[in-house]
Ligand binder design. Structure first.
Ligand code: 16G
Ligand code: ZN
Length: 559
């Protein structure tokens, strides 16, 4: 059992921030492990990170594996921070352990020892017998931080938490969230990649370069290898700069912007998506080259959007090429390779699936159904739900419209494509493409490289990518503050409200007033607000519908 002497600076009473101030947390304040782990103002986090790392060490012992601790608050402002745990295969923490994490964090200082002792009994038998037989070799806690000032201090809290149970602690420094996921998998599956920054760069850029060599640009190609990337002033800046050192300029010529300013301030994928505006330092003068290809990362580089200036740069409006459009691009490429394969080996087919959320633009969903002949799976918001649903397929493409997404591959895919050194070009392409992708989690760097390869393969410019797939239906998202978001309950992958009573009927009545319309209302999982999403035939009607639904929510909130 762990030695449970808690350093005072990591207790609720003595919780000490990176500036050395004591910021006590009330003994009864409750927290929940949400879709993003625990995420708050940084001063709340030292005791939370400490307890999370302890829990990670327990899980590491239980599974005799590396477990990840990522300290980041993604697209939130610089003053925030957060922590989430990563399971051995690089996946998100299992749901059962999210409940444990919530219990352990919510204990008062006085109750903590008892909560932990009770909890240790749960898994004691199996892991203790392993320990007794000397079978704990690989247990370790692997911890990464993003670029926030509170990061190094929280890394020390994590180190102290892991030390409680005497589990090896590996500090991998400043990394993107996907790099941490990738490293955890690499520690546990050494054949996957070397568990270092360089190991990650080599694996992903190596696959990119080989696939590049095999990719023929078609005659009349309009593909452009030039790209400007908004790094959100986050971890994408230093880490992507390093990754790019591995890729010759003739293959990809990338200019990085927003590298050293205020994190996520007026820039980054979340800003661009919600504001539908060009980020800071992208508003070009009217005489600048027209509409260069741009992409934006979020603060921890697990999301990416492409965009370009709309109707002349000076107005600052951005035209988005969002997660849906990236997913459809990837799926179109994969389908082309798969169709060739299936024609030659009909009995050994590989099944591709596409997973979206209710936020997916209606046109993208229609395109997948009608042109790719795949029925998209719609799941509730949150990467975990998408990842799980995608794992049912040999090739599971999933993306949230906000730019978080990746592709997962089955064991059957491994044996047919990766382990079989086939001379067939389409299988080799699929193999290399699956290695450019970071299958553990959505990864802005990997998704960018994969997007560029596919655009080059098709010979597409931004215009082509926009016009040859589908046209987005106008859409709007509105945040509505409410007193208590827990009264809003949804079903049907968040597309239908079941509570409060009668509200869905009012939504349906509003939606029926517009052509080609669709809308839903769901409580946010990360803020005390309700989100309204609406689509209609014109932008004007979309705004009208959105506004009227906002009023519907407000009438309930104030009732
Ligand atoms: C979290 C989720 C993200 C989702 C967002 C929705 C993960 C790792 N992140 O950031 O996927 O889009 O929440 O936020 O699952 P909302 O519930 O406030 O709309
Ligand atoms: Zn993020």
């Amino acid at each position: 059992m762990a030695n449970l002497e808690f350093p005072p600076q990591y207790t609720r009473a003595g919780n000490t921030t990176h500036t050395g101030e004591v910021h006590s947390i009330p003994q009864d304040e409750q927290f929940a492990y949400g879709t993003a782990g625990f995420r708050f103002r940084a001063e709340k986090l030292p005791f939370i990170v400490y307890r999370c790392a302890y829990l990670a060490s327990l899980r590491a012992r239980q599974l005799d594996s590396a477990i990840g601790v990522m300290i980041t608050a993604s697209h939130n402002p610089a003053q925030d921070n957060g922590v989430k745990l990563v399971d051995p295969s690089g996946d998100m923490l299992s749901s059962q352990w999210e409940i444990y994490a919530t219990e352990v964090i919510n204990a008062s200082d006085a109750d903590l020892t008892k909560v932990i002792r009770d909890f240790e009994k749960n898994f004691q038998r199996s892991s203790q017998s392993k320990i007794a037989r000397g079978l704990i070799h690989n247990a370790k806690v692997v911890c990464g931080i993003d670029t926030r000032v509170s990061g190094p201090h929280l890394m020390e809290a994590a180190r102290a938490g892991a030390a409680l149970f005497n589990v090896k602690f590996v500090d991998i420094g400043v990394v993107s969230t996907p790099m941490l996921h990738y490293s955890v998998k690499s520690f546990n599956e050494p054949e996957f990649a070397d568990p270092t920054h360089q190991g990650y760069y080599d694996a992903i850029s190596g696959a990119f370069k080989k696939l590049y060599e095999m990719t023929q640009e078609p005659d009349g190609s309009r593909y452009q290898p030039e790209l400007i990337v908004d790094c959100a002033n986050g971890v994408g800046a230093p880490r992507f700069r390093e990754l790019l050192k591995q890729i010759p300029k003739e293959m990809l010529s990338i200019e990085l912007r927003n590298e050293n300013g205020e994190l996520n301030h007026g820039c980054g994928a979340d800003f661009v998506k919600i504001a539908q505006k060009m980020p800071a330092n992208f508003i070009l003068t009217p005489d600048a080259a027209p509409e260069p290809k741009c992409a934006s990362f979020d603060g921890d580089a697990d999301r990416i959007l492409y965009f370009r200036a709309k109707n002349g740069c000076q107005y600052g409006t951005a035209e988005l090429f969002d997660g849906d459009r990236i997913a459809v691009l990837f799926a179109t490429y994969i389908k082309e390779q798969l169709d060739i394969y299936t024609a030659s080996k009909p009995r050994n087919s590989l099944k591709m699936g596409i997973v979206q959320t209710a936020y997916a633009n209606g046109s993208s969903t229609r395109f997948v159904r009608e042109h790719l002949k795949i029925e998209p799976i719609i799941v509730p918001t949150g990467v975990k739900h998408l990842h799980e649903a995608a794992s049912e397929f040999d090739i599971g493409v999933y993306f949230e419209a906000n730019g978080h997404g990746t592709i997962v591959f089955s064991k059957h895919f491994d044996s047919v494509v990766r382990r079989n050194a086939s001379p067939l070009v389409h299988l080799r392409r699929l193999h290399l493409f699956s290695r450019v992708i970071n299958e553990t989690v959505g990864d802005a760097f990997a998704d960018l490289l994969a997007t560029e390869i596919v655009l080059r393969h098709f010979g597409w410019s931004m215009d082509d990518w926009n016009q040859k797939l589908y046209q987005d239906v106008p859409n709007v998202q509105i945040k509505v503050p409410v007193a208590d978001r827990s009264i809003f309950k949804t079903t049907n992958a968040e597309q239908t409200l079941v509570k409060p009573d009668g509200l869905q009927k009012r939504i349906d009545e509003e939606v029926a007033k517009y052509k080609d319309s669709r809308a839903f209302i769901r409580p946010s999982g990360t803020e005390n607000i309700v989100r309204v999403y609406a689509e209609a035939d014109t932008l004007e009607n979309t705004h009208r519908l959105g506004k009227s639904l906002e009023q519907v929510v407000l009438s309930i909130g104030s009732a």
